[in-house]
Write a protein that binds this ligand. Structure first.
Ligand SMILES: NC(=O)c1ccc[n+]([C@@H]2O[C@H](COP(=O)([O-])OP(=O)(O)OC[C@H]3O[C@@H](n4cnc5c(N)ncnc54)[C@H](OP(=O)(O)O)[C@@H]3O)[C@@H](O)[C@H]2O)c1
Length: 247
């Protein structure tokens, strides 16, 4: 456990399951106090918090839909009350809906952009005002941007926005020694990935990965923990692809 991480606090949005859950557990094991945020799955979030506590770490759960600025503000308020301040923000909450543009409904587009883009921007807006100097921001992008497969129009557009704001915010926050980076996983075996995909599409996507398997959440969490650490301080404004070599 790195000593520097003691008394530092991290918010991980969307950490009741999937990649976010693994990141929360990994950050807690590295000594961070962690806010486990989720929108709906109260029980799963409570179990993540209990597991972190059992392993000797510190965590609280905060239910909030990041797509609402008022709810996103509550995440920071609760973190500051519990831990005295926030050093690390991991913008992980996200959703995926794969549909050809001809079939994409306005409501689906709005919901996807609401979580992936507005949710990320809400948290970045708050972090730009409230994160402690020397802090770290890590946004979850996607290697789906490389493949531009049919059906990924809205999702890829949302992650292109994440990449764009990562580079801009790195310049805005550099004077306060806050780094802003993104991690762009390839396919990772989570609920979000399998939802709405045929076994044939899963197989096709797996074949794109030279290492010959889907990613696991444990492939991603240590990369985020490194980017949250003091040792990563010279990496700034980057989108780091973690995808087993798919491109
Ligand atoms: N899995 C992949 O292949 C893959 C690849 C590249 C990038 N990514 C990105 O990695 C991130 C995590 O993906 P995942 O596969 O772990 O997804 P997941 O298993 O579906 O988990 C999503 C998490 O986000 C939370 N969430 C959803 N909407 C939210 C909202 N409005 N406010 C707060 N929390 C919300 C969910 O909690 P509730 O159920 O409580 O809402 C859940 O904890 C996403 O940004 C995704 O785009 C994933």
């Amino acid at each position: 456990m790195p000593d520097q991480a003691h008394s530092k606090a991290a918010i991980v949005t969307g950490s009741s399951r999937g990649i976010g859950k693994a990141i929360a557990i990994h950050l807690a094991a590295a000594g961070f106090s962690v806010v486990v945020n989720h929108a709906r799955s109260d029980g799963e979030a409570a179990r993540v918090v209990a597991g972190i506590g059992k392993a000797g770490g510190r965590a609280i759960a905060v239910q909030a839909d990041v797509a609402s600025l008022a709810e996103a503000t509550r995440i920071f308020e609760r973190a500051e009350e519990a831990f005295g301040g926030v050093d690390v923000l991991v913008n992980n909450a996200g959703m995926m809906d794969i549909k050809p543009l001809a079939e994409l409904e306005e409501a689906t587009f709005d919901r996807l952009m609401g979580v992936n883009v507005k949710g990320t921007f809400n948290m970045l807006h708050l972090a730009a005002r409230r994160l402690r100097d020397g802090g770290r921001i890590i946004n979850l992008s996607s290697s789906a941007l490389i493949t531009s497969l049919p059906g990924y129009g809205a999702y890829n557009a949302s992650k292109a926005a994440v990449d764009a704001v990562t580079r801009v915010l790195a310049k805005e926050l550099g004077p306060r020694r806050i780094t802003v980076n993104a991690v762009a996983p390839g396919p990772v075996a989570t609920e979000l990935f399998f939802q709405g995909k045929t076994p044939e599409l899963v197989e096709r996507l797996t074949r794109l990965i030279p290492l010959g398997r889907l990613g696991e959440v444990e492939d991603i969490a240590p990369i985020v923990t490194f980017l949250a650490s003091p040792e990563s301080g010279w990496i700034n404004g980057q989108v780091i692809r973690a995808n087993g070599g798919m491109g």
